[in-house]
Each structure stands twice: as C-alpha cells, then as structure tokens.
Design a protein around this ligand. Structure first.
Ligand code: PMP
Length: 441
C-alpha cells in the first residue's frame, strides 16, 4: 500500500469491510484464496471445512464444475442484456423452472441481485397490489423481533435485529413487530418445538390495534437464520397463514436462506406445507457463484398487476435484474440440485446431523441451547463474565484455526454445511467442534 499522507485508520487499507469489525480483522485477517467442494483455502495455504456454506449460499459446495462452466460459457456469449424492455431466453427459462420448483400458485418470478433487494421488492409488490385493487390505505407492515430481512431501508424497517436498526434513524413508517416465537421451554428441541404456536395469535392483537384494512403484509423468515437459527414451533406458520388470509393481508416468506435445499426441500414453504403470497430468495439460487435474488409471486398477485393498469405494470427493477451470468449460474445450480439428489441428501442425513450437533451439548456445559432443522443448526454458549459474545467469538476464531469455518451471531455459533455434506463429513465437523470447545473451555 502506498503512503498517501493518510492517518492511522486510513493506513489499515482502502477496503471498508461489510458486517466486520474492520480494526480487529485487519490486525488478524482471515483471508481466503481459493475453494473447492467442501473446503476453502486460506492465503497461507490452509484448507478449512466450510461449515457455513459461504453465507448459507454454497449448497453444492464451492466451484461446482457445472456452475463454473455455465458462467464461463455465458461470459463469452452475452455478457449483459439490457434489463428493461429487453430480455434473454435463459431468464424466461429460469423463471419457468423456478415456477415449477416452488409450491402451488407461486408462478411468477421477479429477479433481483440480492436478498435485500428481494425483500424491498416484495414489500413494494405488496403495496402496489393493494393500491391497484383500490385498497391503497393498506400501507402498514408487520415484521417480527429478531427478524433479519437484509439491509435496505424496507428490510431494516420490518427486520428486528437491534444493531441493524438503531444506528440509522428514521425508517419506514407504520411498521410493527410480532414477538419472537421462542422461549426457554423450547430449549434443546430436536427440530420443530412441539409447543409455541400460540405466539402467532399475537398477530391478531397487532391487527386489531390498527384495523386490518390498513395492513399490507406480514413478513417472516420461516426459520430464523441470521439471529441464530430458530425453528418455528409446530403449527405457528399455519396459524400466521390463517390469520393473514382472514384479513386480506399478504404473507411474505423470506426464504433467502431456506430456499433451495437447506431444509431438504426446494423451500421451507414446501416443507411446512404453508404457502405464502410472496416468497423471497437469493443465496443458493445460483449456489452463491454470482449475486442474484428473486421474488416469487402468486398468480393472483401477478394477474392483478397485468389486468389492473395500462403500460408498465410494476414500475420497479434493477439494471442487473436477470443478469445473464447470474441466470446461467442459477440454471446450472438448479439442474444440479435435481440431477445430483441434493435435497434428498439433506433429508437422508438430517437426523444424523441433528443428533451429532445435539450430542455436543452433552459433552460441554458451556452450551446452553441447541437448535436444528435440515442442514441448519446452532449452539448457544454461555458468556464469560457476562460479556456478550465472549465465548462464541473465541469459538469462532479457534474453530477457524482448527480448520472449521462457522458463523458467529451474538452468543450463537451456527453450523450449516454445504448440502452435499455426507455422514463422514458431519463426523469431521463434530470432531473439530469438540476439540475447539474443549480448548476454549
Ligand atoms: N433475508 C434473509 C432471511 C437473509 O438471511 C439475508 C442474508 N443473510 C437477507 C435477507 C439479505 O440478503 P443479502 O445479504 O443478499 O442482501
């Protein structure tokens, strides 16, 4: 780095890293150089098991040859296709494939470049839908405490993770948050907690407060991801669906993490048998290889737009919507999920994975709660001297040194390996976790 007369912070380098304590990272960087299958390789040449699938993205593992080749071929053919008023055949093909893959009436796909964009797009689709139908007074949204819906202003407004909101002042007006459907009685549930569906009834209370006719949509992650993997109590999502339907309120499932196999099915909606009006996706859509997101809409919503107004039906989009390289990666990934039985692999090994993660608790008293579903899991750790993240951040760093990449969020360590992970790999993960937790204890 050249000295440009910069102060001490400037001298840490030009790259302003996202969601990262920059100073700490630059003092002790974790730098990746390459990746292959289940492993990433650091710039020092150490191979690390990717126990977080990138950021829940790399379902097929890294550098899957069919995805890589599809991107390479597309780059030499059509590198960019004007997004507005022009299209390319592969985007239409991908939409058809996703419409077939997703449940029931989720038959229309709007393409974005990220999860955050998908969330803001879904919120806008909901507002426009009501307005076209003559219900323009439906402008309120209901999210949930601890929800994560990306970093756009819409997403942080309906989201409920404190740090994502508190520094940024004014947000969308007219947003309420439902209580988080989790309490100590659900600790260490295997898969879905048996009780807790009654948390959905709180939605009725919020609706009554404002009158249903003012509410546009309710948005939830079917399984809470970023806040630390919280699995919905049995019956909870169904009840949310019943309540929203009764009041003409749209239900949005934010499936940015759960779509495409994380739970052993194409979506959480399929797994739980609950169909939302709008569904957001990203991450594993392209196996993480090229940024891309999408919103799936029920036919009834799409048809309202098509039949409702003249001209441009939804005045919204991105320069890079349905970018050819992203579409190529998505087509290859979606085909590979089917051809290689990726979802089946998760279904076959979910029990084994869950038991292995839960067994860690028996060996370590510092673990206070374990949660799991599909290939998502989380271990909550006690704090050292009551300092938040004191133990979890040590485990995160030590795991990395021991050859395992996990995700830290508050006092929770999330483990969510690529969906190609087999039982012998699960054993490897738990061996490394046992060693790591012992060392930190
Ligand atoms: N929604 C959910 C449920 C997510 O988990 C995430 C990302 N972790 C997002 C939205 C935002 O996605 P992105 O980072 O691609 O904008």
């Amino acid at each position: 780095m050249t000295d440009r007369g910069l102060n001490k912070n400037d001298k840490m380098g030009a790259y302003w890293m996202p969601f990262t304590p920059n100073k700490a990272f630059k003092a002790a960087p974790r730098m990746l150089e390459s990746a292959d299958g289940l492993y990433v390789t650091t710039t020092e040449g150490r191979k690390i098991f990717d126990g977080s699938s990138g950021l829940w993205c790399s379902a097929l593992g890294h550098n899957h040859p069919k995805v890589t080749e599809a991107i390479r071929a597309q780059a030499g053919k059509l590198d960019y296709s004007t997004a507005f008023q022009f299209g390319h055949p592969q985007a239409f093909e991908l939409a058809e494939i996703l419409a077939e893959t997703l449940p029931g009436g989720l038959n229309h796909l709007f393409f974005t470049n990220s999860g955050s964009e998908s969330v803001d797009t879904a919120l806008k689709i909901a507002l426009g839908y009501h307005r076209i139908r003559g219900e323009g007074q439906r402008t309120r949204f209901i999210g949930r405490f601890n929800g994560y819906h990306g970093v756009g202003f819409g997403g942080i407004s309906v989201g409920g993770m404190v740090n994502n909101r508190k520094y940024f002042g004014a947000q969308l007006p007219g947003v309420d948050h439902m209580p988080f459907p989790y309490d100590a009685s659900m600790h260490n549930s295997f898969g879905q907690p048996e009780s807790g569906a009654q948390y959905a009834d709180e939605l009725e209370t919020i609706i009554a407060l404002h009158d249903a006719s003012t509410i546009a949509a309710v948005i939830v992650e079917p399984v809470v991801g970023s806040a630390g993997v919280y699995v919905p109590p049995k019956g909870y999502l169904k009840r949310l669906r019943e309540i929203t339907k009764k009041h003409g309120i749209l239900l949005i499932f934010d499936e940015v993490i759960t779509a495409f196999g994380r739970l052993g099915y194409a979506s959480a909606s399929e797994r739980f048998g609950v169909e939302p009006d709008l569904m957001t996706m990203a991450k594993a859509l392209t196996n993480g290889a090229v940024p891309m997101g999408a919103v799936a809409a029920q036919s009834a919503i799409y048809n309202t737009y098509m039949d409702g107004v003249e001209g441009v039906e939804l005045f919204h989009g991105y320069t890079y919507s349905a970018h050819p390289l992203a579409v190529a990666a998505a087509l290859a990934a979606q085909r590979a999920y089917k051809e290689e039985g990726i979802y089946e692999n998760v279904r076959e090994n979910e029990q084994y994975f869950g038991e292995a993660i839960h067994a860690l608790k028996d060996a370590h008293s510092s673990i206070t709660d374990v949660r799991n579903i599909g290939y998502m899991s989380a271990l909550t750790h006690s704090r050292i001297n009551d300092v938040p993240m004191s133990r979890s951040s040590k485990i995160f760093q030590r795991a990395y040194e021991n050859g395992l990449k996990v995700r830290v969020s508050g006092d929770t360590i999330a483990i969510a390996p690529p969906l190609i992970t087999k039982r012998r790999d699960i054993d490897l993960i738990t061996d490394m976790m046992v060693k790591t937790i012992k060392e930190v204890d």
